[in-house]
Design a protein around this ligand. Structure first.
Ligand code: CDP
Ligand code: MG
Length: 681
């Protein structure tokens, strides 16, 4: 358990008050001078903390079948270890895979390593993420999302093309990483039993809590990298803050007024919308400050940002200008940013939470764990001593949970269970999970998959149906795979493929808040009274009609890059359909067929209008509301299906589609006869 690694004397401050007076600035301290340009890449590599340890590391890694490697973020684990192994000839018979929880991380790391090796991306160094494969037969160092490696395992459970699998960012404990632990461990053991080329497993973590990993991988040794950690002064607020955004804003400008311009600020927040909003406010305020304050560049960082824009966080600010980065938890570990002197931690994170009774997964803003809070604070001490302002009291900190609960214990497991069944793992309940999911959660996922027709019970055993096998072919959530597979029955495959593709990329809608009225006016021509899915489809159809014309995208506030991706995703999904011999037709203007088909896939996420004008989710009987971003916000449809629930001030349904009650009953007669009766009583 990482507790208080820096032994900081806790101090208290009050945003916006005189108590908060950092007085430690000595201008021109050890920070790299801005504007002097980065050192050559070979020099940078040799300066990394990991470089000192290279000989011992290689010595150990060569011998060990499995190892756990701990090193602070930025010490060089991800970029260097694969290269060290390759250069030392370890695992040369096959490919070295490095998994990442995030797609953007896989892409940017592959880019960085290719640059370090001075080869074009896709040759020696490549990456594979969902719907995008930049590798070739020459690729030896392959960065990939954990989800992709898991998919590959369906066709190749022994993972024979790989000689080394590096499970990176293991501390994040994403659902895919957790399942991969089990799959990789099994492959390693089976290969040993079958006398195949051994599979080396390296688990890498940025936090110290690795006992569980070591235990799980047959008591593997833990290798520690000497990090660069400078002392960090921690400040707590004197009082609990009711509005963490306001507190963050005040704190940013206090620092800005007092600290030298070369000291950059990193603020941890929860999501794109609030980050963009605060970024705007900061830019506005900084324009109106007296000249003595100096200019400020405000940069947003979140996972769905296009990679080119994400790279902006790495560029030093112009001389005399302060860089303020507003980031989600992505900057906790997976992205290293230099020049950070101040961290402001709101103590909040947006993450998924699951109710096994209802089977519903909710995205909600919640408090971080202590481990996360320390990880965030640590960002301030990379290059020199730093300061971390926690926008909560020390008491509140003491009450945080020690560790983040692994995703597998707080998410809907339908995808995972379907996946494990497709991997041929017979007894999912007893799969060798590092942290066991709740039995109720497994049960609830099995029930959902049964409702979708993917699983059935036969002689006390749960087995994959023919439909379930087909569903597992799609790199999609089971409900979307089901909708696609049923679409030929409604003669609307083209439309459903389009909609699912639209839902599989980051939003195609561009919503600059400053031009809100214009956006609303332009959107109106696409808006469908049948809901958000149909509205998106209208936009996509119009986009295709003008062959993706950039000018058209600009005028209609459509993100042309993401739209381009939608086309690529659709092409790949279509290929899977063709392999399954599906007949792909378009229903033209018969949009009811499309909604009917969606209802058959998404019926578990259905809601019903109540006499008092509110909605309840039929599955959980929870009160829900239509999110203001939905085209149905002002409407009162009797029945809808929705993509997800977002919990802020209340529980909102996002992305809705109007459906008929009969269709729901048609999709799952027995289930709805229970649910609907219940709701009327
Ligand atoms: O994995 P770990 O956090 O230990 O470090 P890394 O990702 O290997 O990064 C080591 C260093 O490489 C970082 O501190 C950056 O200076 C540099 N790097 C970069 O410039 N661009 C990237 N996309 C990734 C890393
Ligand atoms: Mg890393």
């Amino acid at each position: 358990m990482p507790h208080d690694p820096y032994h900081p004397p806790a101090k208290k401050f009050k945003p916006g008050s005189a108590f908060f007076r950092p007085d430690k600035h000595k201008p021109g301290m050890l920070l790299p001078k801005k504007g002097s340009g980065p050192a050559p890449i070979e020099v940078q590599r040799k300066r990394l903390p990991i470089y000192q340890a290279k000989p011992q590391l290689l010595n150990q890694l060569r011998q060990l079948p499995s190892a756990i490697l701990i090193g602070e973020t930025g010490s060089g684990k991800t970029t260097q270890i694969p290269q060290y192994l390759y250069e030392a000839g370890i695992g040369r018979q096959g490919v070295i895979a490095v998994t990442q929880p995030r797609r953007v991380a896989a892409i940017s790391l592959a880019g960085r390593v290719a640059e370090e090796k001075r080869t074009p991306l896709g040759k020696l160094v490549g990456y594979t993420v969902r719907f995008e494969d930049v590798t070739s037969s020459e690729t030896k160092l392959k960065f990939m999302t954990d989800g992709m490696l898991l998919r590959e395992a369906i066709g190749d459970p022994l993972m024979l093309r790989y000689t080394v699998v590096v499970l990176d960012e293991a501390h994040e404990r994403t659902m895919h990483t957790d399942v991969l632990f089990g799959v990789v461990k099994t492959a390693q053991r089976r290969r040993r039993e079958l006398n195949k080329v051994p599979l080396k497993v390296i688990v890498m973590s940025a936090t110290m809590d690795v006992d569980l990993f070591a235990e799980y991988f047959n008591k593997s040794p833990v290798l520690y990298l000497e990090g660069r950690q400078h002392p960090i002064q921690i400040y707590y607020t004197k009082q609990p803050q009711s509005d963490y955004l306001q507190a963050a804003l005040v704190t940013i400008f206090q620092i800005h007024q007092e600290a030298p311009a070369s000291h950059d600020i990193l603020v941890f927040m929860t999501g794109q919308e609030e980050i963009e909003a605060l970024a705007r406010t900061c830019r506005d305020i900084s324009k109106h400050l007296p000249d003595s304050c100096g200019p400020m560049v405000v940069i947003a960082l979140y996972a769905s940002l296009p990679p080119a824009q994400q790279l902006r966080v790495f560029q030093p600010a112009p001389k005399g200008c302060r860089k303020v980065i507003l980031s989600t938890n992505i900057a906790e570990t997976s992205v290293t940013i230099s020049g950070i002197k101040y961290v402001i931690d709101t103590g909040m994170v947006k993450s998924k939470r699951f109710n096994p009774d209802s089977g519903l997964e909710i995205l909600a803003v919640q408090r971080v764990s202590k481990a996360q809070a320390w990880q965030r604070a640590g960002r301030a001490g990379r290059e020199d001593s730093g300061l971390c302002y926690r926008l909560y009291t020390e008491d509140e900190f003491d009450k945080l949970i020690p560790m983040t609960v692994p995703e597998i214990q707080r998410c809907n497991l339908a995808s995972v269970i379907l996946h494990l069944m497709a991997l041929g793992i017979p007894d999912v309940m007893n799969f060798d999970f590092m942290s066991k999911p709740l039995p109720e959660a497994i049960h609830s996922a099995v029930v959902q998959l049964e409702l979708l027709g993917a699983l059935e019970k036969k002689e006390q055993q749960v087995i994959l149906t023919a439909l379930g096998k087909k569903m597992a072919n799609f790199p999609l959530e089971p409900r979307y795979a089901k909708a696609i597979l049923l679409s030929p029955d409604f003669s609307c495959s083209e439309e459903v493929l389009g909609i699912v593709s639209l839902l599989s990329v980051d939003t195609v809608l561009y919503n600059p808040p400053a031009r809100r009225d214009e956006v609303l006016a332009v959107r109106r021509k696409f808006t469908s009274s049948e809901g958000d899915h149909m509205t998106l489809l209208n936009i996509y159809r119009a986009f295709k009609k003008v062959s993706g014309n950039k000018e058209w995208c600009r005028e209609n506030f459509v993100n042309s890059r993401n739209m381009g991706l939608v086309k690529a995703v659709q092409a790949q999904l279509r290929e899977i359909c063709l392999k399954l011999n599906m007949k792909l037709e378009s229903c033209g203007s018969d949009t009811a067929s499309v909604r009917r088909c969606l209802a058959h896939g998404m019926f578990v996420n259905a809601a019903e209008l109540q006499p008092d004008g509110t909605y309840i989710a039929l599955d959980s009987h929870q009160s829900v509301a239509i999110h203001p971003s939905s085209v149905l916000f002002q409407a009162k449809p009797a029945y809808v299906v929705f993509n997800e629930l977002l919990h802020t001030s209340r529980c909102y349904m996002r992305d809705l589609c109007l459906v008929d009650a009969e269709w729901l009953v048609d999709a799952a007669p027995e289930y709805f006869s229970r649910k609907l009766r219940h709701s009327k009583s």
